[in-house]
Write a protein that binds this ligand. Structure first.
Ligand code: GDP
Ligand code: MG
Length: 597
C-alpha cells in the first residue's frame, strides 16, 4: 500500500470514557466484520478484561475505509492497555503510530488517566484529535469539556469531534478526521528492514504471535529475521494482518502493522520495544529507547492446599508464557510451605494474575503482603535488593534502607479534596502541587510505593465515593527509617505476615494487625498470644482466649458427634484453613489483616 493511503492511530482515554465502544463502532461502520460476528467490545478478549472493563493486552485491527475523497485508506488501530501498571507498554505502542483520538466523556471531563495517556501520545509526537463522547446523554457539556481539554492538557480543542459511540453519531466525521487530520506514516522500502516489536502473546495453536510495525524495508514470509535485543534468529512462517481475525498477506511494507509467527516458544524472547531486522543485510542500529519492563511489586502465592502445589506451578508457567512482565521463582515459607515469589508491574497486574489463577485454574491461593523492592545498604558498602521482607539481613549489618517513591496525580471534585489530602498525608505523602480545573482539584503527591501497594486505590475510592481518578509513575529511591515487623502467633513467627514499615508507623500498624488477627483467628482449646515485634521487641500484643469446653458441650446437645461432623464439614467447605504450629489460621486472615483502616 502507498504510504499516503495509510493512517496508523491509537485511542487514548480514561477508563469507561468509551474507547472500546468507539473502536467497535469504527470497525462495524466500515464493514470490517460482518454484522452477525459483531459482539460488543470486540477488542477486549479476556473475560477479566471484559468484567473489569479494562484492556490489558494491546490489540490491533486493520480497517479499510473509502473516504469522501473517493480513495480507499488502510486505517490501523492499535488498542493500548488502559491502566497505569502498563504505562511502559503504552509508551512503546504509541511509537508505532502517528496519531491518537483523545476520547473524553463529555459528561465527565478530563480524568487522571486521560492526562497520563495523552501525555504519552504527546511524547510520541502524535497528531491528536479530541473526541467528545457520549453526547447522547443529557448531562453532556461539550463546551465545558473542550475548554477543560485546552486548559488542563493544553491542546487545541476548537474542532473537537462530537460523538456518541453508542448511538453512532459522529462516526463518519471521526473516520474522515482520521484520514484528513492525521499524518501518513513515513518509511523507505529500499532501506534495510527495521520493524518495531509492538506486542506479542502466546497462542495455544500458533505459538508466539508478534505484532510488528514496519518502519523501513520489506518483511516477507520465509525471511530470516533477528531480534536485536538478544540476537536470536527466527524464520517467519506466517505473516498477516488483523481484520480483526488473522488474514495472511504476502508481505508487509513501510508504515504497515501486522503480525508474524516464527516458531517462537516464549514471549520472553519477544520483548516489547525490540527491533526486528533481517539476519543478512539488516540494520545494525536498533530503534531508540528500548528498556524491558520490570516488576515493581512482589508477593508470595501459596496454595491453600499444599497438594495443589504442582497445579499451581503448571498454571504459573502457563500464565508466564503469555506475560513477559510477570516473574516468578519458587519460595519456601516456614508457615506456608512451598509456593512462588512473584513479581508484577503493579497492583492491578497482581490482582489480574491472582484472579486468573483462581478462576481459570481453580486454585485457592494465599497471597502474602505485597512488597516493593527495597535497596538495603550494608555497613560494608554493598547493596542488596530486598524483594521479600522474610529475607531481611541482620540489622546490625545494615547501614540504611532506601525505598521506591512515586509521583501520584489525583483528580477529585472539590468537596472530597480534604479527605484525599488526609489519606495521602497518612500514607507519608509529600504534597508537590495543587491546582484547579473548574470545580475539580488536581493534586500531585510524592508517596512511598509501599504505602500505595496495599489498599490505597480502595481507600481513595471509598473516601471520594468513586469520584477520584488516580495515576502514578515511579520517581526513584529515597532513604527512610524502615524496619521489618514480624507477627507471632502462639509465639511462632508467621513469615507470610512480616512486612517492612516506617518506624514511626510500626506501632500503629502492629496494633492494627494483632487486633484484626484476634478477630480473624477462631478460638482454640487453648489461649493464643498474638504479637507484633521489631527485632526481639514486642510492640503490640493481644490474647485470644480459649474456648470454654462446657459451653461448646452444651450447645451441641443431643447427638453431638453427628452434629459436629456436619458442622465441621460445613466449616471446611466455607473456610480454608492453614495450620501454624498448633493454630489454624483461615485464608482470609492473611489478606484482611493487612488492610488498613
Ligand atoms: P472504555 O473503558 O474506555 O473502553 O469504555 P467502554 O467502551 O467500555 O464504555 C464504558 C461504558 O460507557 C459502557 O457501558 C458503554 O456502553 C458506555 N458508552 C460508551 N460510549 C457511549 C456513548 O456514546 N453514549 C453512552 N450513553 N454510553 C456510552
Ligand atoms: Mg475498554
Amino acid at each position: 500500500t502507498e504510504l499516503s493511503h495509510i493512517r496508523n492511530f491509537s485511542i487514548v482515554a480514561h477508563i469507561d470514557h468509551g474507547k472500546s465502544t468507539l473502536a467497535d463502532r469504527l470497525i462495524q461502520s466500515t464493514n470490517t466484520v460482518a454484522a452477525r460476528d459483531m459482539k460488543a467490545q470486540l477488542l477486549d478478549a479476556m473475560d477479566i478484561e471484559r468484567e473489569r472493563g479494562i484492556t490489558i493486552k494491546a490489540n490491533t485491527v486493520r480497517i479499510e475505509y473509502k473516504a469522501d475523497d473517493g480513495e480507499t485508506y488502510i486505517l490501523n488501530l492499535i488498542d493500548t492497555p488502559g491502566h497505569v501498571d502498563f504505562a511502559y507498554e503504552v509508551s512503546r505502542s504509541m511509537r508505532a503510530v502517528e496519531g491518537s483520538l483523545l476520547v473524553v466523556d463529555s459528561t465527565q471531563g478530563v480524568e487522571a488517566q486521560t492526562l497520563a495517556n495523552v501525555y504519552q501520545a504527546i511524547d510520541a509526537n502524535h497528531e491528536i484529535v479530541p473526541v467528545l463522547n457520549k453526547i447522547d446523554l443529557p448531562a453532556a457539556d461539550c463546551a465545558r469539556v473542550a475548554e477543560q481539554i485546552e486548559d488542563v492538557i493544553g491542546i487545541d480543542a476548537s474542532n473537537a469531534l462530537q460523538v456518541s459511540a453508542k448511538s453512532g453519531i459522529g462516526i463518519h466525521e471521526t473516520l474522515e478526521a482520521i484520514v484528513t487530520r492525521l499524518p501518513a506514516p513515513k518509511g523507505d522500502v529500499t532501506k534495510p528492514l527495521t520493524a518495531m516489536l509492538v506486542d506479542s502473546w502466546y497462542d495455544a495453536y500458533l505459538g508466539v504471535v508478534v505484532l510488528v510495525r514496519i518502519m523501513d524495508g520489506l518483511l516477507k514470509k520465509g525471511d530470516r529475521v533477528k531480534m536485536m535485543q538478544n540476537g536470536s534468529i527466527h524464520v517467519v512462517d506466517r505473516i498477516g494482518v488483523f481484520r480483526p481475525a488473522m488474514q495472511d498477506v504476502k508481505e508487509l511494507g513501510p508504515g504497515e502493522i501486522g503480525f508474524i509467527t516464527a516458531q517462537i516458544k516464549q514471549v520472553r524472547d519477544t520483548r516489547v520495544g525490540d527491533t526486528i531486522t533481517h539476519e543478512k543485510k539488516g540494520v545494525d542500529k536498533a530503534l531508540p529507547g528500548f528498556k524491558p519492563s520490570q516488576p515493581v511489586v512482589f508477593c508470595g502465592l501459596f496454595p491453600v492446599d499444599a497438594a495443589e502445589f504442582e497445579d499451581l506451578r503448571d498454571a504459573i508457567e502457563k500464565l508466564a508464557l503469555n506475560d513477559a512482565s510477570f516473574s516468578y521463582e519458587m519460595e519456601t515459607s516456614a508457615a506456608l510451605g512451598f509456593g512462588f515469589r512473584c513479581g508484577f508491574l503493579g497492583l492491578l497486574h497482581l490482582e489480574v494474575i491472582r484472579d486468573r489463577l483462581e478462576r481459570e485454574y481453580d486454585i485457592d491461593l494465599i497471597t502474602t503482603a505485597p512488597s516493593v523492592i527495597y535497596h538495603v545498604y550494608m555497613r560494608d558498602g554493598s547493596m542488596t535488593e530486598l524483594h521479600n521482607p522474610a529475607d531481611m539481613p541482620d540489622l546490625t549489618l545494615v547501614d540504611h534502607i532506601e525505598e521506591p517513591r512515586i509521583k501520584a496525580t489525583i483528580l477529585v471534585p472539590d468537596e472530597y479534596l480534604g479527605d484525599v489530602l488526609k489519606l495521602c498525608q497518612d500514607r507519608r505523602g509529600i504534597q508537590m502541587d495543587l491546582t484547579y480545573a473548574g470545580t475539580r482539584a488536581m493534586v500531585v503527591y510524592d508517596l512511598p510505593l509501599n504505602e500505595v501497594v496495599f489498599d490505597f486505590y480502595d481507600r481513595l475510592k471509598s473516601v471520594t465515593k468513586g469520584y477520584a481518578s488516580f495515576d502514578y509513575h515511579l520517581m526513584g529511591y529515597r532513604e527512610d527509617a524502615l524496619v521489618k515487623m514480624s507477627i507471632l502467633v502462639n509465639d511462632e513467627p508467621v513469615d507470610a505476615l512480616s512486612m517492612m514499615v516506617h518506624r514511626d508507623r510500626a506501632e500503629m500498624r502492629g496494633r492494627g494487625m494483632v487486633e484484626k488477627l484476634k478477630e480473624l483467628i477462631p478460638r482454640h482449646m487453648f489461649k493464643i498470644p498474638i504479637q507484633a515485634a521489631i527485632g526481639g521487641k514486642v510492640i503490640a500484643r493481644e490474647t485470644l482466649s480459649a474456648m470454654r469446653k462446657d459451653v461448646t458441650a452444651k450447645c451441641y446437645g443431643g447427638d453431638a458427634t453427628r452434629k459436629r461432623k456436619l458442622l465441621d464439614k460445613q466449616k471446611a467447605g466455607k473456610k480454608k484453613m492453614r495450620q501454624f504450629g498448633k493454630v489454624d489460621i483461615p485464608q482470609e486472615a492473611f489478606i484482611n489483616a493487612l488492610k488498613m483502616d
